[in-house]
Design a protein around this ligand. Sequence first.
Ligand SMILES: [Zn+2]
Length: 125
Amino acid sequence: MKAGDTFFANVQGAHLTIVVAGPCPHGKVLYVKVTSDLRGIDHTCPIDPGDHPDIQHESFIHYGEADIGDATALDSAVTRRQVQMKEPVSREVLQRVAEGFSASEHARPRYEDFVQGRCSCDKRR
Ligand SMILES: [Zn+2]
């Protein structure tokens, strides 16, 4: 998977997840979920039904629960049908979601760095 791809985990109540950046030279990607449960929590980046076909209600990017994972592990999860890929987001939406990592007070600094192309894969977590 790569920046702009989107997917759902094949579990009940899974949220649409957007791959925001990567893969970095170590094969990692940064991804973040979209949720409509964040009203009043993190309004940094609204995602509206017009932004993606799988968004039915006004939703928000859940910067506080971003994560970094192996691009190839995600691809394997697709093959094993644990994860279902969805339509990629537009360049404009991807840009907006990425910029939110600098604006959101819930985004961890190392994820903001990853978006800027500075991964910390070779550092201790
Ligand atoms: Zn890396």
